[in-house]
Design a protein around this ligand. Structure first.
Ligand code: ACO
Length: 340
């Protein structure tokens, strides 16, 4: 039976991912390091979140640097021609500047001559939204080649005196190239996309004062989170979104070859697997080593799967992002294999 609160949409894409790259900063922040900063313990952090360490930007390293390093990594491994890229799309909550966009900084670095550039703000659901946007624009015929990047440097806005948030976040970036295909019978992409704007108050960041539902909200530029509410949102929302996509695709949980959920907390992933019936061993995430890297968690996990040679053409791959907004976006697609 379909779930009216989670309408699934279907696209027959004339697009596929042809290259991927990723990057995390050198510096490690371990649970032992955090024990010296706030009143916490390695045991508490591992039991409650699954996180062992995170990567943190150097003081002079910013989101645009992470993006550029991820695209460079993609270039080194796949040698794509970037000279005819039509659009650079960066999903991030931590742009270097309000403007210019982070995407424009990437375009300048690689001297891409005719690309449009824009940043997309959808918190930890940013990469899946970026990928869906790219698939849609390429399929519609607007563009033939789009770089999609999920990148965040949450350490820049993490309050390292707040033990309930500082243990969670890390920095990183993942980039993919989406290109036009002329496949005569494209495999469907199923997606769900939704928001609970009333829940915005449970997870936010502002440098000044913003307004939520007519109420002024002020903060010091650091992340403010009601972890329990976000947790509840995640474990209630993701399983329903997953069920709606599987039903629209006519697939069973066991048909999912790879599940790439946003990695915010290992307990959330375990709970979602238990509720959806997707086996935990089909799940790819980077929570232990990188923590919650926001828009980067899904492309980092995807690239790890590529590097480990896990994916084969035709595999059913389910991506699911969720986060501040509160927002969720899921995407069920077939892996088409990389390269031209
Ligand atoms: N070390 C030790 N104790 C701690 C710590 C810590 N680091 N943090 C909190 N505690 C304490 C609390 O003070 C509380 O103590 P009390 O009972 O004496 O009051 C106790 O532990 C339990 O606190 P909870 O907040 O209930 O702990 P919970 O089990 O919910 O875990 C956590 C907290 C890890 C934040 C969890 O709620 C969570 O992961 N929530 C979801 C976060 C998430 O998914 N965020 C997505 C962000 S996506 C984006 O858009 C950026």
């Amino acid at each position: 039976m379909s779930d009216a609160a989670f309408p699934a949409r279907i696209l027959y894409p004339q697009a596929r991912i042809t290259a991927i790259g990723s990057y995390v900063p050198e510096r490690r922040l371990t649970n032992a390091d955090l024990e010296r900063i706030v009143d916490t313990s390695d045991r508490w952090i591992i039991e409650r979140t699954g996180i062992k360490e995170r990567r943190i930007c150097a003081p002079d390293e910013f989101t645009s640097d992470l993006c550029i390093a991820a695209v460079q990594n993609m270039k080194d491994r796949f040698q794509p021609d970037l000279s005819d890229v039509d659009l650079v799309l960066v999903s991030t909550s931590t742009p270097d500047f309000a403007f210019p966009s982070t995407a424009a900084l990437v375009q300048a670095h690689f001297a891409i001559p005719h690309a449009g550039t824009m940043d997309l703000s959808a918190a930890c659901a940013g990469f899946v939204n970026g990928l869906l946007t790219a698939f849609g624009m390429v399929t519609a015929g607007f563009h033939r080649k789009i770089i999609v990047i999920g990148a965040d440097a949450l350490s820049k806005m993490t309050d390292y005196t707040d033990r309930s948030t500082c243990i969670l976040f890390g920095d990183g970036a993942g980039a993919v190239l989406v290109e036009r295909t002329d496949e005569p019978r494209p495999q469907p992409v199923v997606c769900v996309q939704g928001s609970d704007g009333d829940g915005g108050i449970h997870l936010y960041q502002t440098h000044t004062t913003g307004s939520m539902r007519g109420r002024p909200v002020t903060a010091n530029g650091k992340i403010i989170q009601n972890g329990r509410e976000v947790y509840k949102f995640a474990v209630q929302t993701i399983p329903r979104g997953v069920a709606a996509m599987l039903s629209a695709a006519g697939l069973a949980p066991a048909d999912v070859d790879w599940f790439l959920p946003h990695s915010a907390n290992l307990r959330i992933i375990e709970s979602v697997c238990e509720k959806t019936g997707i086996p935990l061993n089909r799940t790819l995430h980077t929570i232990e080593r990188y923590g919650n890297t926001s828009a980067a968690t899904i492309p980092l996990a995807m690239d790890e799967g590529v590097r480990q040679g896990r994916f084969k053409a035709g595999d059913a791959m389910l991506l699911f992002g969720f986060g501040g907004g509160l927002v969720h976006t899921g995407m069920l697609m077939r892996w088409a294999g990389l390269g031209q």
